[in-house]
Ligand binder design. Structure first.
Ligand code: BGC
Length: 587
């Protein structure tokens, strides 16, 4: 297993980023040190602004290099404030950068852009470079100017500017492992070329661990395959927080509550190193960051009756915020990544209430806002948020509204209607739209976009109503009118009767960047009964069809399918039911 060395990153200040955005990139120069001893170093300043600059470093080998240690002296006062794809130290003016494993080998005659960094101070090219002790040259050529290209005003070959919505006009990567599973099912061909996400659900998944969840493909294999497909966008799920999934057991992960260093060093840093390789510069990498985590620290902690011991622990140790802000900052520092943070779904976060005891909506947005500034994370590191990941909540209820008056009272003011229970929202579109605004009020950029996971929220099939009920009894009215067939919106595991939802598509609604299939349909949410395993996965009663529920689903039956394998493992039966109950139907 490749274990890259620790990567360091300090914050690029908001001022520097703003200055960069305001001026565009002022110039690009390619300064070369000519080789005398079998190597050549290009120190290319791709942008500079008042206080700093970005440089990319390319090594050309005349003889094969297997592992490099590159040294130079900066002009005095110049320091590296962040860097990628390099393990570096700086002492005074002296800089030493080492390869991070995958970028260590350079064949004879090959030129490889090996790393990049943000510096503060002078962007003048150092006078001399040494690689593994050999001087590459003592002289530098005069700077040559590179005019900006028309599609990239920066002149930066990889592009540094992120687009507002990465899904616009994009071909999105089809995961061949999921696609093969889908195609092998009767009728599965019809959807087998839909894009689904690649889940990095534990450290070994980065490298390919042969499990049914990830198959033999590691992250780099998927990214290479995305290039081979000619894809513009690939979707990756970052999902390995310490003390993961604190209110449930089926997806508890490999890292204990206090293993935050392992999360940063062994999980996030290698992902950043792989995604940052120059060959992926033109691939837009969407990172869906940490499902079902932060909202748990609002809704499932003391003094609420819904509290769990694990969520109390994670709230007290702060490792969710530490891990998520670190991941977002580190991934956000790459020019080709698009971060979307997980924001639950309307049936979880949709309660707006003036009393914080009962409010999930404002308190969750507020919690997200507190991440800004932690671990150098800025608002610019966040392209948006995603709702309904791996859940079953509908986009909208077509036949009724939550504030509709039935039997003399608004439905969402009527304590008898447990399905709504004062929730202000009736579906993901309204919720995501409103939550987007609330997040902007809490410090996120005004152009953030939302994603909604529609992989399993279709609710078609025989039980789907075709119009509103005529009952004047509010409970009967809601039960007969709603398309979501669950017992309760708190039910999340392998819901019987669910169908595929809207096919993935860009910009379906204002403020919504895309409908996406993040949870790959056919992959289980959790085992129906205890199954011993080495994936760190526990047994959650919410996945047992005979379980009568708990306070988090208002003591309703779990609604889960029977005979289901471990979370992430394939279920033909579930896949076939999703296909059959798809809405819109699959032809
Ligand atoms: C599981 C992961 C799996 C993912 C996608 C999660 O619930 O814990 O192992 O990769 O679902 O199916």
């Amino acid at each position: 297993m490749q274990v890259p060395k620790k990567r360091r990153r300090l914050a690029i200040t908001g001022v520097a980023v703003a200055a960069l955005a305001a001026t565009g990139l002022t110039f690009a120069s390619a300064n070369q040190a000519l080789a005398e001893e079998g190597c050549k170093v290009d120190y290319k300043v791709v942008s500079s602004w008042g206080s700093g600059f970005q440089a990319n470093v390319t090594i050309t080998a005349q003889e094969p290099i297997n592992g490099w240690e590159l040294k130079w002296n900066f002009p005095s006062g110049t320091t590296v404030s962040s860097a990628w794809n390099v393990s570096y130290t700086q002492s005074g003016t002296s800089f030493t950068g080492k390869d991070v494993g995958w970028n260590g080998s350079i064949a004879s005659g090959q030129s490889k852009e090996v790393f990049g960094f943000i510096g503060s101070g002078s962007s003048a090219t150092p006078a001399q470079f040494t690689i593994n002790g050999d001087v590459c040259n003592g002289t530098t050529q005069p700077p040559t100017s590179e005019p900006p290209t028309s599609d990239d005003p920066t002149g930066n070959p990889g592009g540094g500017d992120k687009v507002d919505n990465p899904y616009t006009g994009a071909q999105v990567y089809v995961n061949p492992i999921w696609s093969a599973n889908a195609a092998a099912e009767p009728g599965g061909d019809a959807i087998a070329d839909e894009p689904t996400a690649v889940w990095l659900d534990r450290t070994s998944a980065i490298y390919g661990n042969g499990s049914p969840t990830t198959g033999s493909m590691g992250l780099e294999d998927h990214l290479d395959e995305a290039l081979a497909q000619g894809a513009d966008v690939i979707q990756v799920v970052i999902y390995n927080l310490p003390g993961r999934d604190c209110a449930a057991l089926a997806s508890n992960g490999e890292l204990a509550a206090d293993e935050i260093d392992e999360y940063k060093n062994d999980y996030i840093d290698p992902i950043v190193d792989i995604m940052g390789q120059a060959k992926y510069a033109d691939l837009k990498i969407v990172n869906v960051i940490e499902i079902d985590s932060l909202p748990n620290l609002v809704t499932n902690v003391a003094p609420r009756a819904t509290a769990t011991a694990n969520c109390n622990t994670m709230k007290a140790n702060g490792n969710y915020q530490d891990g998520i802000s670190y991941a977002t900052a580190e991934l956000g520092s790459l020019p080709n990544t698009y971060n979307y943070l997980d924001a639950g779904h309307h049936g979880w976060i949709g309660w707006t209430n003036n009393d914080p005891q009962y409010d999930n909506f404002h308190s969750s947005a507020d919690m997200f806002g507190t991440l800004i500034g932690m671990n150098g994370m800025t608002a610019d590191d966040v392209q948006g948020f995603i709702t309904n990941t791996a859940n079953y909540s509908v986009l909208e209820e077509p036949y009724w509204n939550v504030d509709q008056v039935v039997g003399g009272k608004a439905i969402n003011q009527n304590p008898d209607v447990k399905w709504v229970d004062w929730n202000a929202y009736n579906g993901e579109i309204d919720f995501a739209t409103a939550f987007r605004q609330e997040l902007v009020s809490n410090g996120f950029n005004s152009n953030i976009g939302m994603l909604i996971d529609t992989s399993r929220n279709g609710w078609g099939g025989d039980y789907r109503p075709t119009g509103a009920s005529t009952s004047t009894n509010p409970v009967t009215f809601v039960d007969e009118s709603r398309i979501d067939q669950r017992y309760n919106k708190g039910n999340w595991c392998n819901q019987a009767g669910a169908g595929l939802g809207e096919r993935p598509q860009a910009s379906p609604e204002p403020g919504i960047d895309a409908y996406v299939w993040i949870k790959p349909p056919g992959e289980s949410d959790g085992a129906s009964e205890e199954i011993p395993n080495d994936e760190g996965k526990g047994f959650d009663e919410m996945c047992d069809p005979d379980y009568g529920g708990n306070i988090r689903n208002n003591n309703n039956p779990s609604g889960a399918r029977d005979d289901m394998p471990l979370s992430g493992h394939w279920s033909s039966e579930q896949f076939q039911e999703l296909l059959e109950n798809a809405y819109p139907p699959v032809n």
